[in-house]
Design a protein around this ligand. Sequence first.
Ligand SMILES: [Zn+2]
Length: 240
Amino acid sequence: MRLFLINICCLYFCFACQLKKAVEDKKAFVSEAIAQLEEIAADTIPLAKESVPKEVHDTDFVDLLDYTDQIAYDFRYADTNNFIHEKVYPCVQCLLRKEVALALVQANASLLPKGYRLRLFDCYRPLSVQHKMWAIYPDGRYVANPNTSGSIHNRGGAVDVTLELLNGSIVDMGTDFDHFGKEAHTSYTSFGQDIIQHRKLLQKAMLAAGFSPLKTEWWHFNFGKSKKYSISNVPFDCAK
Ligand SMILES: [Zn+2]
């Protein structure tokens, strides 16, 4: 009888050991399976995100560089070579409402076969920068008052632009950017024929794309009914 009890105890012990091992094996299997699933998920989730294109509405802000690299940049406010002699933009980036950016691409495309392309002085200007400019130069003749109507640039609906040759050479437009005088007016014609033709060429390309000129600044163009866009303070994305 005693021997029988010892055998029963041994059998029970062995069975318990095997059961414990089976449970541990199963736990290890489940952990490994979970780790593999997490690894697969980590690989696939970003791909799934990237494969879904972000819907961009006509009035959303976009970076012009995402639509064309055929337009040149000469952003004076990202340097000190401007009428306030201060760098007020942290970097060079042309943000515009999407439909304005597309119109600019169209205007530029019409100039390329003629041997010219657009060179940008300014696009969207955050309201905080408008305040900064106003603090430095509070003269409503040259800087739009941010406390009243602000500027169409603050709405992402205006560009300051000139022409350059495809080799990057400057085209003579009669005055420099931000020349505040009658020579910058679109009605001023006391120039040589080449300058008049350059201004006409720029204006024609911009008008055909849906922009309208400003009488007092040959370089400034508003797109369509630009006041439909709200004044914005979206910052530049300099890390892009
Ligand atoms: Zn302007």
